[in-house]
Design a protein. Structure first.
Length: 203
């Protein structure tokens, strides 16, 4: 009887590790995983379609969030977008004039993505050249005004998409310089600088 009992105990202890040890495999992918008891969430900023840039006509901007996004909040007045303020995105945003959309993806449990900016310049005006009337010169460059100089952030003599990109890249920066997109000299890159840039657009 003792011999049989010893063999039985040895057999049971041999089985226990196999019965209770297991390996969990899988990867954390975008959104919530399922089926392996391992939940993962990749926080993603919103995306916009069409992409930010310059356009000659009005645009309908569609914002999208990654898997697991609960809502998207946005602003168009230069204020900061948060999950407790701004507009809750539901339909395409009609962009009929130049503006900057600031957006944020909101997730459950008060989790949010970093904000992202989408700048749209709609039908930027071209500055007219001199008329050349009265026997004066018939051509020549565009007169440079203080506002024009202030919005030429890269110093190439033109107010164009390169200056636009500098402003958007530094949006919200404080202690900013003119080379960073601070057109009005208040130390902050914001909607006022954007408006000056568009008003002096030359390309």
């Amino acid at each position: 009887m003792k011999y049989i009992l010893t063999i039985t105990l040895v057999f049971l202890f041999t089985l226990i590790p196999s019965a209770y040890a297991s390996e969990v495999t899988g990867t954390i992918t975008t959104g919530l995983s399922a089926g392996n008891n391992l939940d993962g969430l990749v926080i993603e900023q919103p995306t916009a379609s069409p992409v930010a840039g310059t356009y000659t006509t009005s645009q309908s901007v569609i914002l999208s969030g990654g898997p697991g996004t609960q809502s998207i909040h946005y602003t168009t007045d230069g204020s900061a977008a948060t999950c407790s303020s701004g507009n809750t995105y539901s339909t395409a945003i009609s962009v009929t004039s130049s503006l900057v959309i600031e957006a944020i993806s909101c997730y459950p449990n008060n989790i949010a993505s970093p904000t992202i900016l989408f700048g749209y310049a709609i039908n930027p005006p071209s500055a007219p050249g001199p008329s050349g009337g009265g026997g004066g010169p018939t051509g020549g460059g565009v007169p440079v005004t203080p506002a024009t100089v202030a919005t030429d952030f890269n110093g190439d003599g033109k107010i164009d998409v390169f200056d636009f990109n500098i402003l958007i890249t530094n949006w919200g920066a404080t202690g900013a310089t003119q080379a960073m997109g601070d057109a009005n000299g208040d130390g902050t890159v914001d909607i006022f600088d954007f408006n000056l840039l568009i008003a002096n657009w030359q390309a």
